[in-house]
Design a protein around this ligand. Structure first.
Ligand SMILES: [Mg+2]
Length: 219
């Protein structure tokens, strides 16, 4: 199926355009490096150990550095505000470039303004229209940002949302008659894609195994 060039492609960010696990790992490396400078102790091993045994990583950092638990608050903000070391794959870069050239392109993502903008900047997507929940006072599946894009592109007849989270990504664009495309989890996603957990209205109209399959839709 080819998508007409008048369409507007809208993407989720985390676990759609890049793996959110990469962001987590970048945050851990940042914390380890920065705390090593401040406390002269390398705790990267303890961080990864806590992560792999599903312990609270920040609690374990406080323990490893003998810090009061109240310090956790500062660690959370260090993590949230760090400029991540994350990259797009060549395939994703090429496809987004093609979409940027031939169609309209935007991102609707949930999260904090600074964290999400740091991610987008690190991924080299700084120029793209991005609608972040914290800046709009509404998370998905809220309608406001989807409606906003319909209003910005009044002349467009087709809107597409590409996401990964079946609990909140697709229900609203489905209701609004958008084409919805789900990118299948490769096993590292933060949110489950167990389709038995939700009603069919929450599911994307189409699934793709990998982002590169979007190439089949482009003119
Ligand atoms: Mg996502």
């Amino acid at each position: 199926m080819k998508i007409d060039e008048s369409a507007v492609w809208v993407f989720d960010l985390d676990d759609t355009i890049y793996p959110e696990r990469d962001y987590q790992l970048s945050g851990y490396r940042y914390l380890a490096n920065h705390l090593k400078e401040l406390f002269q102790k390398d705790i990267f091993h303890e961080i990864m150990q806590a992560d792999s045994s599903n312990q609270d990583v920040l609690d374990e950092i406080c323990k490893a550095l003998s810090l009061p638990i109240a310090t956790k608050e500062s660690l959370i903000w260090m993590y949230r505000l760090h400029v991540p070391d994350i990259k797009l794959t060549n395939d994703v870069t090429q496809i987004l470039d093609e979409i940027r050239t031939n169609y309209s392109l935007a991102i609707i993502t949930d999260g904090r303004a600074v964290s999400q903008r740091n991610k987008v900047k690190a991924l080299g997507l700084g120029g793209i229209d991005i609608l972040i929940s914290e800046e709009w006072g509404e998370v998905k599946p809220g309608k406001r940002r989807f409606k906003e894009l319909e209003n910005r592109y009044l002349e467009s007849k087709q809107f597409i949302y590409v996401g990964d989270n079946i609990k909140k990504d697709f229900i609203t664009p489905n209701e609004m008659g958008w084409l919805t495309i789900g990118v299948k989890d490769k096993g590292f996603n933060i949110h489950s894609q167990d389709v038995n957990l939700v009603k069919s209205a929450y599911l994307p109209k189409m699934w793709i195994d990998s982002f590169s399959e979007l190439r089949d839709f482009l003119c």
